[in-house]
Design a protein around this ligand. Structure first.
Ligand code: HEC
Length: 192
């Protein structure tokens, strides 16, 4: 079976499972922990965009700017607005896009262009640590499913997403509507 068929089949059967556990729009897996790439994340809740907040050391990257767009499944967004915490089975997508100036009406402006890469993160108690990180690869050859990153590949994700995040493993300090909700609920880490 081709990868697309495999993914489509598993989405059907696992959607039922996800519903039973209360989050119909949450993460879907094959082989228990491989994440199926959500193809509808552009219909989820948009948290924010940033420009050039890529993870390289300062000065390491040259070339055109990159945008990063963050999306979360809508039921988890609603839950966070109520109590400032992420429920189990929350999924985030980080979409990296090229920037362009060509055709802009002014000189200084930049707008978002082609997809560059997709990453994801889930909060799910099926993982010993409660969280997992995924890389679906580069545009043009995006994987239908991705294994949870492990070893050296996940270490930087965990380190940065633990030391520098405002709520749990997420950068709520950069998501304006959530920052307010976390402030109201008192769930910000000390220092935020
Ligand atoms: C040096 C710090 C750093 C490292 C390393 C890092 N991230 Fe992030 N990540 C960020 C920042 C900052 C944001 C906030 C959004 C933005 O930059 O646009 C973010 C946001 C995210 C989000 C959106 C949800 C959230 O947590 O706020 C996902 C998904 C994500 N990163 C995945 C990954 C994955 C997968 C890895 C490892 C391959 C990784 N990140 C490594 C800094 C980091």
């Amino acid at each position: 079976m081709c990868a697309a068929g495999l993914a489509a089949g598993s989405v059907g059967s696992l959607a039922g499972l996800a519903q039973e556990s209360g989050s119909a729009d949450g993460p879907r897996y094959v082989n228990a922990t491989d994440l199926v790439r959500p193809d509808d994340y552009r219909q989820w809740t948009f948290l924010s965009s940033s420009l050039d907040m890529t993870y390289d050391a300062p000065g390491a990257r040259s070339g055109p700017s990159l945008f990063q767009n963050v999306f979360v499944n809508p039921s988890s967004y609603r839950a966070f607005l109520e109590n400032g915490r992420w429920p189990d089975e929350t999924i985030f997508v980080l979409e990296i896009r090229a920037s362009s100036r060509e055709g802009a009406i002014n000189d200084a402006g930049q707008f978002q262009a082609d997809l560059v890469a997709l990453e994801a993160e889930v909060k799910d108690d099926r993982f010993a640590d409660g969280w997992a990180f995924y890389d679906f690869g580069a545009a043009g050859s995006l994987r239908e499913t991705a294994e949870p990153l492990s070893g050296d590949r996940v270490a930087p994700c965990i380190a940065c997403h633990t030391e520098h995040t405002a709520v749990e493993r997420t950068f709520v300090q950069f998501y304006p509507t959530l920052l307010e909700a976390a402030r109201r609920a008192g769930t910000l880490k000390p220092g935020f």
